[in-house]
Design a protein around this ligand. Sequence first.
Ligand SMILES: CC(C)(COP(=O)(O)OP(=O)(O)OC[C@H]1O[C@@H](n2cnc3c(N)ncnc32)[C@H](O)[C@@H]1OP(=O)(O)O)[C@@H](O)C(=O)NCCC(=O)NCCS
Length: 262
Amino acid sequence: MAGLALAQRRPGLLNSRAMHPDATPTIPSLLHAQRLHCRAGSAEVPIHLLRYDLQRYDPAAFAQAGVAYPPAMDRCVPKRQAEYLFGRVAARRALADVGWPDAQVGTGSQREPLWPEKIVGAITHTDTYAAATAVRAGRFRGIGIDIEAALAPEAMASTEHYALNAGEREVLRAQAALAYPLALAIAFSAKESIYKALFPTVGRYFGFEAVRIDAIDAIDAEQGTLHFTVMEDLCPDWRAGHRDHAHFTLLDPRTILTSYGW
Ligand SMILES: CC(C)(COP(=O)(O)OP(=O)(O)OC[C@H]1O[C@@H](n2cnc3c(N)ncnc32)[C@H](O)[C@@H]1OP(=O)(O)O)[C@@H](O)C(=O)NCCC(=O)NCCS
């Protein structure tokens, strides 16, 4: 959690600032829980960030955490079960902040999380971190957050070719403040954040070519802004040529969190 510790030391941190450590973890495999504020559009959103130990995951944690266990989880490997669990634990904490302390977040037909009425939110997880945000619908129409680890060398070639075009790869290579594997993770993650934020409005799958990363403004190696352009008409609110920006924050030297809201 080096990045989070850093956020606490630096009150001026723009994209993300730690608020306070959360309540004492009650699930054995939950190592740390924290509430941050991250930039999403021109506002900030609270994000519940958890760090957990996959090796210590036990299905009994669903009951301990008050998270409904979907029958489909029986067919999933422990890693997927743990990711789902901790994503929902983070979501329950985020929902409690906006007046829904006992709500369960279901899953829609295209895997989208189903939030209570008039709530907008997003979930993300890796095998180490899980995070969620939830806000009242009047503040945002859509929010997306995504956590990504720097890509292993063997995953880089395929990711950079299916998620980015040649011009976008040049934008990343021109980044002096960020190592290329981290810049690639940031660009990939930002597109996933944008997808999560737009999906409830667009209502269908759209691929990585639908959004072009134009520039990355790294404030330093730990935080910054990505400028993007929508490349195709996605729906009446999202036409080709629309421009906006997302944000990134380093959670630890190998892991970034991106956030986008509109
Ligand atoms: C949906 C997707 C973005 C999820 O990203 P991921 O890296 O696999 O996983 P993350 O841990 O960050 O996020 C997973 C969570 O995203 C949420 N999610 C999944 N599908 C979603 C959707 N259609 N809309 C909004 N949120 C969604 C879910 O809560 C999921 O967790 P859960 O299954 O435990 O509930 C990704 O799998 C995908 O399909 N990407 C292709 C589409 C895309 O990104 N296009 C780029 C447009 S520019």
